[in-house]
Write a protein that binds this ligand. Structure first.
Ligand code: FMN
Length: 228
């Protein structure tokens, strides 16, 4: 008798509107709390990659921190030898390019992680264009660059090093000052710059070099690993 009464009440409850609300709450609440734990909702990686190496850096960051990503596409054809020469020409003369998306929505992000190849010792033209066309006011900025060589190595040369090494060191210091100014002009607060060397280097080595920067990255940002 008691059992019948219980099932009748249960049936009535399941047919009612309230039961739907309660069930939705029970299903969605754990999901939303999981998402809040595992995703860095206020961080965005903005990347450009001509031949895929910077994309590996971006992918490594994304897999570990589950951040949103935005690919900047260059509307100029940069493929092959002509594409390479066009890119070198544009960067040598500080020319900008046409990018897509031109003005992505960045409002919800407080941390931007920029990933760019180095072209002629400067940030690539698509990323320079992104910085010129978009305000990063009040946003923190972390920059990852990739290039054939380890540009940070040159900074370590002392004043008694051979002329050519000192020349390269000073040239690179000047270029990185230029990159810094570009980021400052966009209104961002620059947090750190990490570099990944890519010439004759496997995809795994690119990933490993990127991972080496993570401990430092976590000290300076609020990023939380989603796949520890
Ligand atoms: C136009 C152009 C200029 C480059 N200039 C440099 C340079 O000044 N120094 C350097 O070490 N690598 C230079 N590189 C090599 C790239 O920075 C390097 O291969 C980078 O990792 C490529 O990244 P991506 O595959 O994401 O396009 C240049 C590449 C291009 C296309």
């Amino acid at each position: 008798m008691k059992k019948n009464f219980f099932f009748k009440r249960l049936k009535l409850f399941l047919r009612s509107k309230q039961s739907i609300y309660i069930l939705c709450f029970l299903i969605l609440f754990p999901l939303s709390s999981y998402a809040a734990e595992s995703v860095n909702n206020d961080a965005l990686i903005v990347y450009y990659s001509r031949t895929g190496k910077s994309k590996v850096v971006c992918d490594t960051i994304m897999r570990n921190y589950c951040v949103d990503t935005l690919e900047i596409k260059d509307l100029k054809d940069r493929s092959g030898a002509w594409g390479f020469m066009g890119a070198a020409f544009d960067n040598a003369f500080g020319r900008y390019t046409d990018i897509e998306p031109k003005h992505p929505g960045l409002t919800k992000y407080s941390l931007i992680i920029l990933v760019s190849p180095i072209w002629n010792w400067k940030l690539s033209a698509p990323i320079r264009t992104f910085l010129k066309d978009n305000s990063l006011k009040n946003k923190k900025l972390v920059v990852f660059t990739t290039a054939n060589i380890d540009i940070k190595k040159y900074d370590k040369f002392k004043d008694d090093a051979p002329f050519i090494k000192r020349f390269l060191r000073d040239y690179l210091r000047k270029s990185s000052k230029g990159m810094r100014l570009l980021a400052v002009d966009s209104g961002a607060e620059i947090i750190s710059h990490y570099h990944v060397e890519t010439k004759n280097i496997t995809e795994k080595q690119i990933r490993d070099q990127t991972l080496e920067h993570f401990a430092d990255l976590e000290i300076y940002t609020d990023l939380k690993r989603c796949n520890p």
